[in-house]
Design a protein around this ligand. Structure first.
Ligand SMILES: [Zn+2]
Length: 189
């Protein structure tokens, strides 16, 4: 039996989908709307691995099924692009995190397109883009001015060498995952 000539067929159709903006959602059509949102990708490496696809494949397949049932589907994609993993990658590569993050995102977007996903790329967000985080800052100030956000002392994981607060998952058996210094508990504002 001949194998499926994916390299030929998929490349051809993905180009046509792209040109026709097939997956750009018409936001004015609200009759049978459906919003399919997945966890945004951490662009802390230059490529997606197969584990990413365990996560994004089933949702995209389900979204396609709903679309074929006639739903006006909105499926965006974005990048959770700040944080220690992205910073560590940049340090390892010896390049500025703004540059390495942008490069990683370009590679990841290409991979997602080659997988034949139906994300609406016109609505892509990147949390390290000032056009995005000006809104999270705006929202935080709104909470703060209404007394819903407050300042209080609390114990945190502190790496004395990195001089930064670490999340629990960045502490490996009491040591910093980046520099392996002993993590201390510090009370901070
Ligand atoms: Zn450290």
């Amino acid at each position: 039996m001949d194998s499926y000539p994916f390299a030929k067929i998929e490349k051809k159709w993905q180009k046509i989908w792209d040109e026709q903006k097939l997956y750009e959602t018409d936001m004015t059509d609200i009759e049978k709307k459906l919003y399919c949102l997945v966890m945004f990708i951490y662009p802390s490496g230059d490529r997606l691995h197969i584990g990413h696809w365990y996560n994004y494949g089933p949702t995209d397949t389900w979204a396609r099924f709903k679309r074929m049932q006639g739903y006006n589907l909105f499926e965006p994609m974005g990048y959770d692009a700040f944080g220690l993993p992205a910073e560590n990658y940049a340090i390892k590569q010896g390049i500025h995190p703004a540059v390495s993050t942008a490069e990683n995102i370009d590679g990841i977007r290409k991979q997602l397109k080659r997988m034949g996903t139906m994300y609406d790329w016109s609505k892509e967000v990147n949390t390290s883009d000032p056009r995005y985080y000006k809104w999270t800052q705006w929202f935080f100030l709104l909470l703060y001015r209404n007394g819903l956000a407050y300042k209080k002392k609390a114990p945190v994981n502190w790496c004395p060498s990195c001089k930064t607060v670490l999340a629990n998952e960045q502490v490996k058996e009491g040591f910093c995952e980046r520099c392996e210094s002993e993590v201390i508990q510090k009370t901070l504002f």
